[in-house]
Design a protein around this ligand. Structure first.
Ligand code: FES
Length: 83
């Protein structure tokens, strides 16, 4: 599966941010959204680029730390779920 992501990147609160488009290829539909970001970040680091920062902790839907705004909705399309 391939995905096109438009990720808001902003170095700090004083800098101007912008959306950056990333193509993520050959990812499994069984991956969580966070695992997909891990794959993308491994690629960015191998290319000498800054990885995407995101909060997470348990990755099991318990702590609620992985708050993201996906496709215009908090946490994505599913009701009452974490990212
Ligand atoms: S990291 Fe704990 S619910 Fe997402």
């Amino acid at each position: 599966m391939n995905l096109t992501l438009k990720v808001w990147r902003q170095k700090n609160a004083d800098s101007k941010g912008s959306f950056v488009t990333y193509e993520v290829k050959d990812i499994s539909s069984e991956m969580s959204f966070l695992e997909m970001f891990d794959v993308l970040n491994e690629r960015l680091v191998s290319e000498g680029k800054e990885p995407i920062a995101f909060d997470h902790d348990c990755r099991e839907g318990i702590c609620g730390t992985c708050a993201m705004y996906i496709n215009g909705r908090p946490h994505g399309p599913w009701h009452a779920t974490t990212t």
